[in-house]
Design a protein around this ligand. Structure first.
Ligand SMILES: C[S@@+](CC[C@H](N)C(=O)[O-])C[C@H]1O[C@@H](n2cnc3c(N)ncnc32)[C@H](O)[C@@H]1O
Length: 503
């Protein structure tokens, strides 16, 4: 069948290209992200390129034409100006901290490696915060955006009780399992063995709803993964949840995909992949070994963690019950977690249709792929969580209007909603903290539609307006902007405190 690109696909391709910024992306990578046939995506890119919406940069990389123009826009406010203004208005000068902060450092660490979550931060970082804050044994440590549980694992190892909310069900499951240190390693191995034996005797099962499944997995992996999935014990007990995490863990390694950090086809697609059953056995063996290793320090563990698959914006914790909160929220216009974890959502049965995926995305803190109807209430420049946003959103809106062809005309509203989404989380965490308790956030700044957005400083300022004391903003890492490679962005650690005497 010849490819017949539809307007719908055109919109999807433009959206995904926009999310890739000015670095460029190949047709195959886009196809994996969109779960569409690569030939349809390539044909659509061809049409968009002939229309002048899209540019081919060589080496098979495509960018939205907007980015070519925006790359030349240099009327944005310089980051230094914001830093100086922040120092003047908020009385805090930017500092720096050392040490690895990204998840990469966790990839080989016991327990953390059970569900590598590229968006996570390093265990070392969390440990250093727990130590610096001298969190006492048995005290509660909260992470409202718990991801796969880096904070909660380290809290328990430290002797504290981890509390967390996370909307992405596979990540919440992983966090629950990773903090279940008391799981009997022999029981895990037995239940996993039984599931594998049942699977090896069973016929292949139905494929998940994702359109690209046949392309993502070769026939033998597809067959064995459906057999394994159907043989898994039902979710809900520590041991069955752990076996499900082992299954979730092998999905991407069984496929032609990788996350780097976005989900895309692996260039080394034709390298040999171990059979799914072997990958599963290895994942279980690793978990088993880590559980045995953990036992040496069992006398120092804190109480079991509580992980709720819940929206951090509406979650309530008992007032004044938390000693410390540590988190890394999604970044402004950053990762579409649903797109990036759709394989796990679909295969583990947390999403059964594209409508389910869309519903999860709507509940997440705003990202660039939010449907337009979700930003309607945020298009005006009123009720802004911080006065700095007026100028920033105005500039984004102006740049987008000047371009005319930007993929969405409501980028400023997405950014507005992003900060509006953070407000209830900051408010609820403040309420949960005991007086004098601290909220440590790892936050990045961004360059969007030719406009610089100091996400870290804005988060600190919004915190101040909600009654926190801003203790520090320390730069932990520099990174390059996806829109303009020469532009250096930062990732900062923002430390807020609930004052001892509440105003
Ligand atoms: C940067 S990641 C956190 C990673 C975590 N610190 C770790 O090391 O594993 C941000 C997380 O926030 C979650 N998230 C986004 N919106 C949310 C919401 N409204 N409520 C709860 N979690 C949300 C995303 O699913 C994502 O897992």
């Amino acid at each position: 069948m010849p490819a017949t690109p539809t307007t719908d696909l055109g919109d999807e391709v433009r959206a995904a290209l926009g999310a890739s910024g000015a670095v460029g992306v190949t047709a195959r990578q886009l196809a994996a992200r969109l779960d569409r046939a690569p030939e349809h995506v390539a044909a659509t890119l061809g049409i968009l390129a002939r229309r002048g919406d899209v540019l081919r940069m060589g080496r098979g990389l495509y960018v939205l034409r907007d980015f070519e123009h925006l790359d030349r826009v240099d009327d944005f406010v310089d980051p230094r100006e914001y830093v100086e203004r922040f120092e003047r208005e908020n009385g805090v000068a930017l500092g720096t901290i050392a040490g690895p902060i990204t998840f990469r450092a966790n990839e080989d660490l016991p327990v953390h490696r059970w569900w590598p979550y590229v968006q996570g931060y390093s265990a070392d970082f969390v440990r250093s915060v727990l130590e610096a804050e001298a969190v006492p044994r048995g005290a509660s440590v909260l992470d409202p955006f718990a991801g796969s549980g880096t904070t909660l694992v380290e809290a328990r190892r430290h002797g504290a009780r981890g509390l967390g909310t996370e909307l992405l069900a596979p990540a919440a499951l992983a966090a629950r399992v990773k903090t279940g240190f008391d799981l009997d390693p022999t029981a895990l191995a037995k239940v996993a063995d039984r599931a594998r034996i049942r699977a090896q005797r069973a016929p292949a099962g139905p494929l998940p709803f994702l359109r690209e499944t046949r392309r993502q997995f070769d026939p033998s992996h597809r067959r064995d993964l459906t057999r394994l999935r159907d043989a898994l014990p039902p979710e809900g007990t520590p041991v069955s949840d752990a076996v499900r995490v082992a299954f979730g863990r092998i999905l991407v390694p069984s496929s032609r995909l990788h996350r780097s950090p976005c989900l895309g086809y692996d260039r080394r697609a034709e390298r040999a992949r171990p059979p799914a059953f072997e990958l599963f056995d290895r994942a279980v063996a690793e978990m088993r070994a880590d559980l045995v290793g953990l036992r040496d320090a069992a006398d120092r563990w804190g109480p079991p963690a509580t992980v709720r698959t819940e929206d951090a914006r509406t979650a309530a914790w008992p007032s004044g019950s938390v000693a410390l909160a540590v988190t890394s929220p999604p970044y402004v216009n950053g990762m579409d977690y649903v797109m990036n974890y759709k394989i796990d959502l679909a295969w583990l049965g947390y999403a059964r249709s594209y409508a389910d995926l869309a519903a999860i995305r709507r509940a997440q803190v705003a990202c660039d792929n939010l449907p337009r109807r979700e930003t309607v209430a945020y298009r005006g420049l009123v009720d802004l969580p911080d006065p700095w946003l007026a100028g920033i959103l105005e500039r984004i809106r102006g740049n987008v209007a000047r371009q005319g062809s930007y993929r969405r005309d409501d980028v400023h509203a997405v950014v507005h909603r992003y900060f509006a989404d953070l407000v209830p989380v900051l408010r609820r965490v403040r309420e949960a903290l005991r007086p004098g308790g601290r909220f440590v956030l790892v936050v990045g700044d961004s360059l969007l539609a030719g406009t610089y957005v100091p996400g870290d400083l804005l988060t600190a300022r919004i915190g101040a307006s909600l009654g926190y004391r801003v203790l520090s903003v320390d730069v932990a890492r520099r990174r390059r902007s996806g829109q303009r490679r020469s532009f250096v962005l930062r990732e900062s650690v923002v430390t807020l405190e609930r004052p001892r005497a509440d105003a």
